[in-house]
Design a protein around this ligand. Structure first.
Ligand code: NDP
Length: 451
């Protein structure tokens, strides 16, 4: 049977675009459909604009620090509109790059929503049908909001990049990556920021000491973090939103943002009708090789709800191409993924938390917390945290957790050592780079805790 294409990719985000390009470079005939903007969540409404907002939000504090370093400068007002215009221009530029990368690789693109008609046929929103030997679903996910009264008054992370004006006050509901990152961003931009988290501590699942450190520093920076608190009702109050919380307290905010999780974009894709298995959250169930229950259909990225991170989606896309088009069956590696949470302060982490490691085996914990030179000189009281979890039996570093300015940059490199199976003694025989914060990772002599 002959097909229009060897590969049809649905979704032009990080995973889909990479798979399409790498496959096309192998001489595979590839098409890709995207209903929205090329670049997907990461480029258009995620990592990239978020990080630009983190940068923007940090300059206010830097002016004060510069004064402490002898600079005769005064803090000014933050011009949201000026920044927002530049941010969106940058996103337009990046989207253009994504489009030209696809074009230059010989991938045919369709600016339409696509669904799956059968194991080898894709139906485009304009009614055209295209056949392909293989179909790759890389449609990502979307923010979800709980069904509470007045929830339509709340925005999500998709909307925050498009606000007409910077609010004077904001409530952010949730305690995950997105809620905690935007609490820092908004606070840094001078917005009176309140964060509700329903549990005992934000960033559930990460190392306890590290997330507590992040939370305490966020509070010290001015975020009104309310733990064990949730929003139960939202009401319109002029241009504002009146929020009733679980304690019965009522407060009014200019904006309310829910960052209460994301769901895979599998609605109306026709997947179940053709036999693709979906999980409880609607995620596509795949094998270790990203193959669905229909052998010609594969899926990568957030739509599979494995590790919902851009670099992981890219790896999954490349492993798919290795497996299907290069005759080299390759499983994407989901072990020891380093990651950074761009809270303020930033957290970088790889491997096991102290709690998870202790459940697994006997460990030694090396941790140090101190005032970093740059901020300390500027009169700030903030502290950083450097932490290693070490196996007593093998001496391997099982986990590394850093809460510090630049923690994301540091954990990328520490992640290589941990991934290679470095022992505590390997860390110790590495000469310190002085004076830096991360030198503490190679100079911690005695364990803080064992057991
Ligand atoms: P998460 O799943 O990380 O967090 C959701 C948060 O919302 C949790 O704190 C959860 O609480 C809370 N929550 C869930 N349901 C409700 C509810 N009904 N009422 C109140 N609170 C609720 O989702 P995010 O949206 O923050 O992020 C999604 C994913 O995006 C992340 O897991 C990550 O993979 C990725 N991401 C990565 C980033 C990075 O690499 N820096 C940045 C941003 C996102 P509880 O803990 O109690 O369940």
């Amino acid at each position: 049977m002959s097909f229009d294409y060897d590969l049809f990719v649905i979704g032009g985000g990080s995973g889909g675009v990479r798979a399409a390009r790498v496959a096309a470079a192998e001489g595979v005939k590839v098409a890709l459909a995207e209903e929205d903007r090329y670049g997907g969540t990461c480029v258009i409404r995620g990592c990239v604009p978020k990080k630009l907002m983190v940068f923007a939000s940090e300059y206010g504090g830097m002016v004060e620090d510069a004064q402490a370093y002898g600079w005769d400068i005064q803090p000014g007002a933050f011009d949201w509109k000026a920044f927002q215009g530049k941010m969106h221009a940058e996103l337009d530029r990046l989207e253009g790059i994504y489009r030209s990368l696809l074009k230059n690789s010989g991938v045919e693109t369709f600016d339409h929503r696509a669904s799956v008609k059968d194991a080898h046929t894709v139906l485009l929103a304009d009614g055209t049908e295209k056949t392909a030997k293989h179909i790759l679903i890389a449609v990502g996910g979307r923010p979800t909001k709980p069904e509470i009264e007045g929830i339509e008054l709340a925005i999500t992370s998709n909307d925050i990049f498009h606000l007409e004006t910077l609010p004077e006050s904001i409530l952010i509901v949730g305690g995950g990556y997105i809620a905690s990152e935007f609490a820092g961003i908004m606070n840094g931009m001078g917005v009176k920021t309140t964060q509700f988290y329903r549990g005992a501590q934000i960033l559930r699942g990460f190392d306890d000491e590290s997330r507590t450190h992040v939370a305490n520093e966020m509070i010290a920076n001015g975020v009104d973090l309310r733990l064990n608190t949730n929003a139960v009702k939202l009401e319109k109050d002029g241009d504002k939103v009146r929020v009733t919380d679980t304690d019965g307290k009522v407060q009014t905010f200019d904006q309310v943002m829910f960052a209460t999780g994301r769901a895979p974009n599998t609605d109306s894709l026709g997947l179940e009708d053709v036999g693709v298995e979906l999980g409880r959250k609607g995620e596509i169930v795949v094998t270790d090789y990203s193959q669905t229950a229909v052998p010609s259909i594969y899926a990568v990225g957030d739509v599979t709800d494995r590790a919902n991170l851009t670099p992981v989606a890219i790896r999954e896309g490349m492993a798919f191409v290795e497996t299907v088009f290069k005759g080299n069956p390759t499983k994407p590696d989901h072990e020891l993924i380093p990651t950074a949470i761009f809270t303020q302060p930033e957290m970088g982490t790889v491997g096991l938390s102290e709690e998870d490691a202790r459940e697994q085996e006997a460990i030694e914990v090396y941790a140090t917390s101190f005032k970093p030179m740059q901020q300390s000189f500027a009169g700030r009281s903030e502290k950083v945290l450097m932490k290693l979890i070490v196996s007593q039996a093998t001496r391997k570093v099982l986990g590394c957790h850093i809460v510090a300015p630049g923690a994301g940059e540091m954990i990328q490199l520490a992640g290589i050592a941990v991934k290679m199976g470095a022992t505590k003694e390997d860390f110790d025989r590495t000469v310190a780079v002085h004076p830096t914060m991360s030198e503490e990772l190679v100079t911690m002599k005695s364990p803080t805790r064992t057991g």
